[in-house]
Design a binder for this molecule. Structure first.
Ligand SMILES: *Cc1c(COP(=O)(O)O)cnc(C)c1O
Length: 429
């Protein structure tokens, strides 16, 4: 068990959350290595270990750090990066370049140059303009690179609007209009500077239904067939993205198998019928790899009760370390980590310390009666928490601690005030 209760204290991967808070200070992001490894094993069992010629690329944007790159390397995973900064982090971690894939709707020339220079495994291209930029760079550097096209499959995945990406009106991917997609495919096939491997889609995030993946796959397979007919070209790789949902409050999480199995069945059947060899298949989980492996520890500060209306419990972090509730009404569960033996029967709103009314982490959640100095743990914060952190109100970004079997180590030091102003000066003009 990753989370346990001993006496009145919540333990996380064998470590007392109260002791962690004391030792490293709050706010504090805590990741359980065993929880990450458990995700890795679940994925491996039903995907790369089960089907030949398949790969898992962790979408680093969920939580990008040197330590995470090291774990992914050891686990044999690939990584999907979406910026020069993430690419740089992976390279600095010594992550093998050929296992890196690069996504993004507006990759900058210098980012593409860095990627091609390092010799990364794949660039997933979002449009013809990007193909031309890659060709120029490859020509200049005398290199050739593997590419896929990200398509917009025209699937509406019915999650929050900000996190659906597959429907037609989206900044991501190439639209499937015949006069757009086929010239792009033809240009990639005929380019001396790229190896055109195949098609990529990513339909959205936090999904609990496999129908978006299956619908998008249907469209993709038609494109594969058309590519064969029109250009006599065999597509050798399909990337079906990520988006697998996790449990924040009371969602029923689906096993990876639920998504992967019907996808593989459909792909296998399709290529058998076509008499073509099945392409490599890649998945790109981000959130599901790290969300439940992370918690955030805070210290309770002021408590304000507005009689008959609401009780506010303020903590020493907030939207600066977890923007998701303010950004898209994400919901979380929390506990008073030093009062696990007490009934959670007090309805309170947990708010941050920023000067924004919207700086609320949990609205009307049930907690044990909180007092100043208590340790409040917000659960399932491992994805898109640290990676979206900001210095708003000049709050330093908290540190990150990795725990495993009762051991702990700081993997990202917390920012100091000095760190925050290090690059500042005044020039009188
Ligand atoms: C964000 C992203 C992912 C991962 O999505 P999750 O919902 O975190 O699993 C995968 N692929 C691409 C291209 C992405 O942008």
């Amino acid at each position: 068990m990753i989370t346990e209760i001993k006496g009145n204290v919540m333990y996380f991967d064998g470590c007392s959350t109260v002791e962690l808070a004391e030792k490293y200070g709050t706010p504090l992001y805590v990741y359980s290595e065993n929880a990450i490894l458990k995700e890795c094993n679940e994925i491996k069992e039903c995907f790369p270990d089960k089907y030949e010629n398949t790969r898992v690329a962790y979408a680093t944007k969920a939580f990008c750090s040197i330590a995470m790159c090291k774990i992914m390397e050891r686990e044999g995973f690939c990584m999907d990066v979406v910026s020069g900064g993430e690419l740089f982090t992976a390279i600095k971690a010594g992550f093998p370049a050929e296992r890196i894939e690069f996504n993004g709707n507006n990759k900058l020339r210098e980012e593409l140059e860095l990627a091609i220079e390092y010799g990364i495994g794949r660039i997933i291209i979002d449009g013809l303009q990007e193909l031309h930029m890659i060709e120029e760079i490859c020509k200049q550097k005398n290199k050739k690179i593997n590419v896929l096209y990200r398509i917009t499959p025209g699937v509406d995945s019915h999650t929050h609007n900000y996190i659906t990406t597959g429907k037609k009106d989206s900044k991501f991917g190439i639209p499937l209009d015949a006069d757009v997609i086929y010239p792009a495919v033809e240009a990639a096939i005929n380019s001396p500077f790229v190896n055109f491997k195949g098609i990529h889609f990513h339909v959205g995030s936090q999904l609990f239904d496999n129908c978006s993946h299956l619908l998008a796959l249907e469209t993709t397979l038609q494109l594969v067939k058309k590519t064969k007919e029109k250009f006599d070209y065999d597509i050798t790789e399909l990337n079906i993205g990520g988006g697998f949902g996790v449990t924040y409050t009371d969602e029923q999480r689906k096993p990876y198998e639920y998504f992967v199995k019907p996808v593989m069945e459909k792909i296998t059947e399709f290529f058998n019928q076509l008499g073509m060899e099945r392409p490599a298949v890649v998945i790109e989980p981000g959130r599901s790899m790290v969300a439940e492996a992370g918690i955030t520890l805070y210290k309770v500060g002021s408590i304000k009760e507005i009689k008959g209306i609401r009780k506010y419990v303020s903590i020493d972090g907030g939207m600066t370390d977890n923007i998701r509730p303010a950004l898209y009404q994400a919901e979380y569960k929390g506990v008073i980590a030093n009062k696990m033996d007490m009934p959670a029967d007090d309805v309170v709103t947990v708010c941050g310390k920023c000067c924004e009314t919207g700086d609320v982490l949990i609205k009307d959640g049930k907690f044990a009666r909180a007092e100043q100095g208590d340790i409040l743990a917000v659960l399932t914060t491992g994805a898109y928490g640290y990676s979206m952190a900001s210095n708003y109100n000049k709050n330093p970004i908290p540190g990150v601690v990795l725990v495993k079997d009762g051991k702990s180590a700081e993997i990202i030091k917390k920012q100091s005030y000095e760190d925050m102003i290090e690059r500042e000066c005044y020039v009188e003009l």
